[in-house]
Design a protein around this ligand. Structure first.
Ligand code: ACK
Length: 903
């Protein structure tokens, strides 16, 4: 008789239907001979009168029963943990007539693992003793009421191919109705275009099995391969990464469909195929880009969604304005820009040779201001032409694709001009010094009178209201006393008040204007500077800029940029940080919460993290654990808080809020932030791993297991962490044992900075009449009444934590309602001392619960007192509830210094 496979999610083995169980007398088991098995296969009907088979035994009147029933060999199919669901009825011994000394109300379930069918019954291992929740009586039998019990047990880790189950009766009245053996598995799943195979979970409770998904056809992983985690409950959790359709395909209903003709998709980040932009086509399906129509072009830097373009038409409305030997040319933009914004203009200058001998290109002596080719403005000044000469200028418009359009017919505009006589030659630069320059100029061709002297006017560019005039009888002179690194403008004028030229020095000309009969050419002037001078100047400038910033920040209106490192040293959004003085910075002071996160938390690449198991459920998603392997660092175990998919921007901000706070702290009794994962999904917060979980659950689990010194050590750690927080100016607002984590060395660390100002995530938080959400039992009266949260209200909560610790996780005020707690505290009722609590500790608690908050001890005083108690354990001998203990007043030691002892 073959056992059907335990395939898929629920492989059901119904004893009554599919199986013939074997009866056996368990001679081997206890190495003694017992009576032959009395299990009987009986056909019955259920409450719907459907036939069922049961296995029954009812030898309650006889001594020494040991009746066995076992299944066939059950193949595990690789499952490491299987579940066994039993349905059975059991007779109530009391309902049996007469003395039933040997009657039992339980039976035992065993298993035996093996790689083959060979059954060695002596190797059976007990799974559990099974008792009934409901047993039936004679009366029930009469009424045909079937009191069916269902019990489920799990079995694992299993390592062999298969196993046998066996049921041992030691003298009960049992009817086994069904046995269902199954295992859970994470079903085949397609998520975010990735396929995850049906996966058998790990054998240990809460273990997660990481599975790397396979991208569906025509899709690729986006940034990294997608991963999911299979839980022991057969659920897929914590998806990481995803697949996206490859270029040329788009996602439709969970698969990648090819882009239609006329459509394309080029980027992995874009969602759907897009219609080809104007003047481009996709003639085949699956296009990753569209090709340009004839006569249209694209350059590499054009984005894929940009239309194909063509060269521009020629410039329009060109005019010339001749001034002595200079020509000013001006034109309008072309009628047709070719669909681009990068139109530029080129000028070709040609001199008309006399006697019809044709044209000759202008030589290098002709100057174009600002330049000859690649002009972005629609004008140019051409200077230093020959006087009384004909010139022909060709104007051409080009754009980004002109180079590609080889067969495009260029459209030129021609301008013919004739120059006049030369005015004077331009001012020329001679030798330059650190702060001086030699200038020379030529006498005008026709001075229009006798020139007695020249006036040289100079000023710093854009500061022409402050100028200097010097006079010279010669056509050269040296100007001194110039500021280095400044732009100067020089103008030379003859005594007849005729401006002959203005110019100056190195670099290319950059601005030109024409006014009346004279023209002025401005040329940027930068006197040469030695390297060391340049550095000095740069430093001076930096100092000026820094000074500006400092004053600007204080005033709050300077927009000047500052080196971020520099900024970090001095400012945190308006908070001046002095080295050595720790202050907490409210992430709210940052306009952009993301900036706050990255200011205080390191970004961790998700590939350095493995998620191995689930350790809890947070408000925003699963809390998991696993190793963190940062390059060049020792592997450490971390806790991983995840943000569930489908979150809003606000939820993401709230979630990361905690990291912005935690990242600012560095103390052995504050949970340490390792970093955040924000560049991939899910968003995660990575903290150090605390092996013993939260303090309240840990204490409940280990009720009465610790010495008083160990408990005081824990309290000392918490107080030390809180002292650090209050020194930083941080008010926790939700200090409670559930928000303290414990590591394997019993070190307690304050955690849960999540929404400590909102407390939405704390199940203990209740709404007050003022609308705030507050964990009433842990909160000081003034904080409940008018939201006065201070370090003194944290001290009140600390007193409650002390009480929780000393009572091993008892609920403060037990089952009293929040309203009753508020009323009782208001009427000066305080929690009584926990059982076996040292009197000194209870007095400290009571001090923490002083109505007047200024009378409560400070955290440094609490740490100091606890240190004293630890050093002097006999001070902890007197217990609150020992009848002989006299009332002693607790003195907080104000003389104690702040010590840095880690619990
Ligand atoms: O009481 P617990 O085991 O401890 O269950 C909760 C759960 O996650 C939801 O918050 C546990 N937990 C949170 N942070 C950590 C951590 N850093 N190390 C270990 N367990 C943690 C917490």
């Amino acid at each position: 008789f073959d056992v059907p496979p335990l395939s898929s999610l629920l492989s059901v083995v119904h004893l009554n239907m599919h199986y013939k169980l074997k009866k056996s007398n368990k001679e081997e088991l206890n190495h003694s001979v017992f009576s032959l098995s009395q299990w009987e296969e009986i056909g019955e009907v259920d409450e719907n009168y459907a036939p069922i088979h049961t296995y029954q035994v009812c030898r309650v009147m006889e001594q020494n029963q040991n009746n066995w029933l076992h299944t066939n060999w059950i193949l595990t199919e690789g499952a490491q943990r299987v579940f066994i669901e039993l349905k059975f009825t059991l007779r109530d011994c009391n309902s049996l007539p007469g003395g039933v000394g040997t009657c039992k109300e339980t039976f035992n379930m065993y298993y035996y693992e093996t790689n083959d069918r060979a059954l060695k019954e002596s190797r059976y291992i007990k799974i559990d003793t099974i008792a009934a929740d409901e047993s039936f009586t004679e009366l029930d039998l009469g009424d045909r009421v079937m009191k069916l019990n269902t019990e489920v047990r799990d079995l694992g880790p299993l390592t062999r191919k298969g196993f046998y189950l066996a049921f041992q009766d030691l003298g009960a009245c049992i009817a086994l109705v069904s046995v269902r053996v199954f295992y859970k598995r994470c079903p085949f799943l397609v998520k975010s275009l990735a396929e995850f195979p049906g996966t058998i979970p790990g054998s240990e409770a809460s273990q997660l099995v990481e599975v790397v998904g396979r991208c569906v056809n025509n899709s690729l992983p986006l940034y990294e391969p997608p991963r999911m985690h299979c839980s022991t409950e057969g659920e897929w959790l914590v998806p990481i990464g995803k697949c996206v359709c490859q270029p040329g395909f788009e996602e439709i209903n969970g698969s990648c469909q090819v882009c239609k003709v006329g459509f394309y998709r080029s980027l992995l980040e874009s969602l759907a195929c897009s219609k080809c932009p104007p003047h481009s086509v996709a003639r085949q399906t699956g296009a990753t880009a569209c090709s340009c129509e004839d006569g249209f072009y694209k350059i590499e830097s054009d984005p894929p969604n940009m239309a194909c373009t063509r060269p521009p038409s020629g410039p329009r409305n060109a005019i010339s304005n001749v001034n002595e030997t200079s020509v000013f040319l001006e034109w309008s933009i072309p009628m047709e820009t070719g669909g681009r914004k990068d139109v530029r203009y080129n000028i070709l200058c040609r001199r008309v040779l006399p006697d019809g001998r044709g044209l000759e290109e202008c030589g290098p002596n002709v100057r174009f201001l600002p330049r000859r080719v690649g002009l972005s403005n629609t004008s140019v000044m051409v200077a230093d032409l020959q006087s009384h000469t004909n010139y022909s200028f060709l104007l051409e418009a080009v754009n980004g694709v002109s180079e590609l359009a080889k067969d495009h017919t260029k459209q030129y505009v021609t301008l013919n001009v004739t120059t006049n006589q030369a005015g004077t030659s331009v001012v020329r630069k001679g030798r330059t010094g650190k702060s001086s320059i030699a200038l020379s100029w030529a006498e005008p061709d026709r001075p229009n009178g006798i020139i007695l002297e020249y006036e040289i006017k100079y000023f710093e560019k854009e500061q022409d209201s402050s100028y200097t005039i010097i006079k010279s009888k010669d056509t050269e002179m040296e100007v001194e006393g110039l500021k280095p690194s400044s732009v100067y403008i020089f103008q030379v004028k003859s005594a007849k008040n005729r401006l002959i030229s203005s110019t100056h020095f190195f670099g290319s000309p950059y601005l030109t204007y024409v006014s009346g009969e004279t023209y002025t050419i401005y040329i940027p002037t930068i006197t040469t500077m030695h390297y060391d001078q340049a550095i000095t100047l740069a430093l001076v400038l930096l100092a000026v800029v820094a000074g500006f910033l400092l004053s600007g920040r204080r005033c709050g209106y300077s927009k000047a940029k500052q080196d971020p490192e520099e900024e970090k040293m001095h400012f945190h959004n308006g908070h001046i940080k002095f080295p050595g003085v720790r202050t907490y910075i409210d992430p709210l002071t940052y306009e952009d919460p993301n900036q706050a996160v990255h200011e205080f938390a390191q970004e961790i690449d998700v590939s350095f993290i493995s998620i191995e198991r689930i350790i809890g459920a947070g408000e925003f998603g699963e809390v998991c654990s696993g190793p963190l392997r940062l390059p060049g660092k020792r592997e450490i175990q971390v806790a991983i808080k995840t943000l569930k998919a489908g979150y809003t921007e606000q939820q993401r901000r709230d979630f990361l809020w905690e990291a912005s706070i935690m990242g600012q702290f560095n103390h052995p009794n504050i949970i340490r932030l390792e970093g955040v994962v924000t560049k991939s999904k899910p968003v995660m917060i990575i903290t150090e791993y605390m092996e013993n979980g939260s303090l309240d659950t840990f204490l409940k689990k280990n009720d009465g297991q610790f010495t008083v010194i160990q408990l005081v050590g824990m309290l000392r750690g918490i107080a030390s962490g809180m002292r650090y927080l209050s020194d930083m100016g941080y008010v926790h607002r939700d200090l409670a044992a559930r928000n303290i984590l414990v590591n394997s060395n019993l070190v307690c660390k304050v955690s849960d900075f999540g929404l400590s100002r909102v407390l939405e995530d704390d199940p203990e938080a209740a709404y007050t009449t003022r609308g705030g959400k507050i964990p009433i039992r842990w909160t000081a009266p003034e904080a409940i009444a008018y939201r006065k949260f201070t370090s003194a209200s944290d001290v009140w909560s600390y007193g409650i934590v002390m009480w929780e610790v000393m009572s091993y996780g008892e609920r403060p005020y037990w089952e009293m309602s929040n309203q009753d707690v508020i009323k009782a505290v208001e009427e000066s009722y305080r929690l009584p001392g926990p059982m076996d609590c040292p009197e000194a500790l209870y007095h400290l608690m009571m001090d923490c619960w002083q109505r007047e908050r200024s009378n409560r001890p400070k955290f440094d005083e609490i740490v100091c007192l606890l240190d004293k108690l630890i050093r002097n354990p006999s001070s902890l001998k007197k217990l609150v509830n020992s009848s002989h203990s006299p009332f002693v007043t607790l003195h907080l030691c104000s003389s104690c210094g702040v010590e840095n002892i880690v619990s």
